[in-house]
Write a protein that binds this ligand. Structure first.
Ligand SMILES: Nc1ncnc2c1ncn2[C@@H]1O[C@H](COP(=O)(O)OP(=O)(O)OP(=O)(O)O)[C@@H](O)[C@H]1O
Length: 287
């Protein structure tokens, strides 16, 4: 039996009721969400994001692309509950988000492993902090180690691992929390192209196995086009969604979709929109 417990992933209000085939069920909803910052602590307001209206559907893989500085990370912080919106509301499983909710896991770009802990202790860290029963921690960590191909590295320290392996540790640390919504901010940004493609396949496997909803922020259009059910393209700041592209991939896909004509079409459409927005940002820098 898999250690990733299907029952634990269900939202309480959904227990015993599966959505009808083909019917999309809202999992997280952003309604009129903006983020505004005070500039240099003064009175001038810096409008970073929105207003954003977006529904993430249960079990989908949604990616966000957009020009540098358009507010992608700000969007993720707001959706995860790490930060509150300036206006609007965020809902997860029909409840307003007012802090990181149980059931939401975040993976960041930077290598967030603890250098002084070995791989097993890195992965179990959050569960131990929560005071979870030791046997349950062991069960979950053993599963995550096997799932992420880290079994032989349980006693290794992060400095002894490659960048890709360290990022697997960070994903495993999120996985053991059995999140129903996984938010990833440029998780493969620091990796070379081949490793990125293979990590993309790992992420697809994790997505299928866990049935989690995934929101991925990425700079790489090909990564978004290959992995996602839908890709949201954001405008230059303040970031808004200017296009949402449905890829039409089967659930059982992998990185080999990159050699299909459809992949080329999706990529071209994303670039058409993103090019215009990126030029605006570059123009702003030069003007
Ligand atoms: N806490 C903050 N205080 C002030 N400004 C902020 C804060 N957080 C983000 N910003 C600003 O909001 C804008 C959006 O930042 P954000 O990091 O969300 O963009 P991004 O799209 O993720 O950028 P990149 O693609 O370069 O990673 C930026 O101009 C940033 O400087």
């Amino acid at each position: 039996m898999l250690a990733y417990d299907a029952a634990a992933r269900k939202a309480p209000q959904e227990s015993g009721r599966e959505p009808l085939a083909g019917q999309r069920q809202a999992h997280a909803i952003l309604h009129g969400v903006t983020r505004k910052f005070k500039k240099n602590g003064g009175t001038e307001v810096f409008h970073a994001l929105g207003p954003i209206d977006l529904t993430l559907y249960k079990g989908e893989f949604f990616s966000v692309v957009g020009p540098s500085g358009c507010g992608k990370s700000t969007l993720l912080d707001t959706l995860s509950g790490l930060a509150r919106p300036s206006d609007g509301t965020v809902q997860f499983e029909n409840r307003e988000v007012k802090g990181v909710p149980d059931g939401v896991g975040v993976v960041f770009q930077e290598d967030a492993s603890f250098p002084w802990l070995n791989v097993r202790d890195n992965i179990s860290f959050t569960l131990r902090m929560r005071g979870m029963d030791g046997a349950e921690i062991k069960r979950r960590v053993d599963y995550a180690l096997a799932f992420m191909g880290l079994k032989d590295f349980a006693s290794a320290f992060p400095a002894q691992l490659s960048g890709g392996m360290r990022q697997r540790v960070c994903i495993a640390r999120t996985l053991v929390q059995q999140p129903r919504l996984i938010l990833l901010d440029e998780p493969f940004g620091a990796l070379d192209q081949q490793t990125r493609l293979l990590m993309g396949d790992e992420l697809l496997r994790l997505w299928r196995e866990t049935n989690a909803t995934i929101l991925l922020i990425t700079h790489a259009l090909d990564e978004a086009a290959m992995l996602s059910d839908r890709v949201g393209v954001m405008s230059s700041r303040p970031g808004l969604f200017i296009d949402i592209v449905e890829t039409g991939w089967e659930r059982d896909r992998d990185s080999r979709v990159v050699s299909t004509p459809r992949f080329g079409e999706v990529n071209a459409r994303l670039w058409e929109k993103l090019r215009v927005e990126s030029l605006k940002v570059m123009g702003g820098q030069h003007g």
